[in-house]
Design a protein around this ligand. Structure first.
Ligand code: LAC
Ligand code: ZN
Length: 464
């Protein structure tokens, strides 16, 4: 798309018009643009935007898009820049449209169990405010500095998806600005709708390629009871992962079930002062539970301990203090940054049907051996969503790309797909044809063009 489409030049006249829209304080044309040149994707090639604009609201965004559309200037929207698929990298220069000023929490509606906020608000600020009203937003993509709009744009998932699902399960409605500069609203505070095409769900996960999401209404819940953890060691990774379907068959819905191998624990220990309890086993499950009190937790823990022990677990460790729980969660949260510093060549977040995870992980091991490249695996076992990182020296980088293709093909052959939660951005869009038929790709292209005929919105991302 990007290569065949002719874009206009961002002239000084256009820069003047953009300055009039957002104000001189909120436009960058020189220094400072480097902070908008990349996101947190590994090996993402950074690219300077020609200009960064920081609008105050949907109306200003509408004016910016009107101008960009008329002159065919690429516009790359940006939330907090914490994505890991290169979605916020302004590959073609043009305008980086930062939502950093759009942080207002517009309403917390206690009667309708929902809240509406501007898309640039950080998850941290949003959740704290919701909690002040005695309500709770349970999704946890692992990065509380991410923006709510970024979560919606990528349909972020995270560590609580077994119980709560992903971002799209919590979004009730949104406001978005179209490439034409028109502002639309989709959905609302209601929980049912059979009223035409569901544009809310189409825009969720579209990574800024169809419209700019400016405001979001999400569902809230009553805060859950206390959160407890079980750390369960196994002799093999296959046993650990093979245990997941048995856990899910019990009448207990864990918040999340994570899996990890010993090597990632060792890497975290080497790079931090964290100490892992129950060391020395090849693989682990970390099961997160919510209960209304200690009795309910004991019943859940007894049941799951017995299921795990019957399915090959060696032991079950229950951290018994807030500090011990925090320590375990901190260790889990350090996986990505730790691997990033350890020769990470790439990241996959393949998702497969949960019944196929054990088989998929076996295939991953075979592929890793075949290529002679180490692949660190961990992730959301309870969701079938597995993070895979080939690691090694730069010399292995070109070959790691072939390895990635083999990993994606293996996941797809088991009924899975490429990205469970990170999105395709620019780094993974090349793999989309592995997972989508030519007919489906053509339909996606037609949808893209219907929304954005001049292809100014996040060009070069998601689909070509
Ligand atoms: C995680 C991120 C990488 O699960 O998705 O840690
Ligand atoms: Zn993840």
């Amino acid at each position: 798309m990007a290569s065949t489409c002719k874009y206009g030049t961002l002239t000084s006249g256009l820069i003047r018009s953009l300055t009039e829209i957002v104000g001189e304080k909120f436009i960058l044309t020189g220094e400072g643009r480097e902070n908008y040149a990349r996101d947190e994707a590994p090996h993402s090639i950074s690219h300077l935007p020609e200009v960064v604009v920081k609008p105050a609201g949907a109306k200003e965004i509408a004016d910016i898009l009107l101008l960009a559309n008329r002159h065919k200037i690429p516009v790359t929207p940006r939330g907090a820049g914490t994505g890991i698929s290169g979605g916020a990298v302004p590959d073609l220069g043009g305008i980086s449209l930062s939502l950093e000023r759009m942080k207002k929490i517009l309403e917390i509606d206690e009667d309708n169990f929902c809240a509406t906020a501007e898309a640039g608000v950080s998850l941290n600020e949003f959740c704290s405010e919701v909690e002040k009203h005695g309500l709770y937003y349970p999704l946890y993509p692992g990065e509380m500095n991410s923006s709510l709009g970024g979560n919606v744009a990528t349909n972020a998932g995270g560590m609580r998806a077994v119980k709560y699902g992903v971002t799209r399960n919590f979004v009730l409605g949104l406001e978005a600005v179209l490439a034409s500069g028109e502002i639309i609203r989709s959905g609302g505070k209601y929980i049912k709708s059979s009223t035409g095409y569901n544009l809310t769900q189409l825009l969720i996960g579209s990574e800024g390629t169809l419209a700019i999401i400016t405001e979001v209404t999400v569902k809230l819940i009553i805060p859950p009871g206390s959160r407890e953890l079980l750390l369960v060691p196994f002799r093999t990774l296959s046993e650990a992962i093979g245990c997941v379907p048995a856990i899910l068959k019990e009448n207990i819905l864990p918040v999340g079930i994570e899996f990890m191998e010993q090597d990632i624990f060792q890497m975290v220990e080497e790079q931090s002062n964290k100490r892992i309890p129950l060391q020395g086993y090849p693989a682990y499950l970390l099961i997160m539970l919510e209960s209304e009190g200690i009795e309910e937790f004991h019943t859940q823990a007894e049941c799951l301990t017995s299921v795990c022990l019957k399915n090959g677990a060696v032991d079950v460790f229950v951290p018994d203090s807030q500090r011990a729980k925090r320590n375990l969660l901190d260790i889990r949260e350090k996986f990505y940054p730790t691997i990033q510093r350890s020769g990470m060549l790439d990241i996959a977040d393949v998702v497969v049907p949960r019944s196929q995870i054990a088989l998929f992980v076996e295939k991953v091991k075979e592929i890793s051996q075949r290529f002679g490249i180490k692949v660190v695996a961990y992730g959301h076992a309870g969701d079938g969503n597995i993070h895979l990182h080939p690691i090694g020296s730069q010399k292995e980088y070109p070959r790691s790309k072939d390895l990635m293709v083999a990993l994606y093909k293996a996941g797809i052959s088991l009924g899975g797909t490429i990205s469970g939660e990170h999105g395709l951005g620019k780094d993974k869009k090349k793999y989309l044809p592995l997972a989508a038929s030519p007919e489906k790709l053509a339909l996606m292209s037609r949808i893209k063009v219907a929304f954005d005929p001049n292809r100014i919105l996040n060009p070069g991302k998601v689909i070509d």
